[in-house]
Design a protein around this ligand. Sequence first.
Ligand SMILES: [Zn+2]
Ligand SMILES: [Zn+2]
Length: 102
Amino acid sequence: MPTTCALCRRIVPDETISDPQVVQKHHLRPEDRAESPTVMLCRPCHKQIHAVFTNEELREDYDTITALRVAGRLQEYLDWIRNTEKLDIRISTNSRGRERTG
Ligand SMILES: [Zn+2]
Ligand SMILES: [Zn+2]
């Protein structure tokens, strides 16, 4: 069954899931993994979230997928990714200057 990314809502087809890294589980409260709800994200979205937000911001303000979907910092990215087929991206650290991964 294809996986739908909870953030960009793109459908990741089965063929590409043979690479198990293409969809990744994101803990909505990264420092609270045991209790944290999880969502399935495509790899670009997962990278992007961790590039744009610190774990603290995720836990405090963005611990629901709805909050992430409407986050101002993600809108430009979401507009772009929704119109691509890309399942791998390079995060360029831009003016916001965060370099976090994971
Ligand atoms: Zn996605
Ligand atoms: Zn994550």
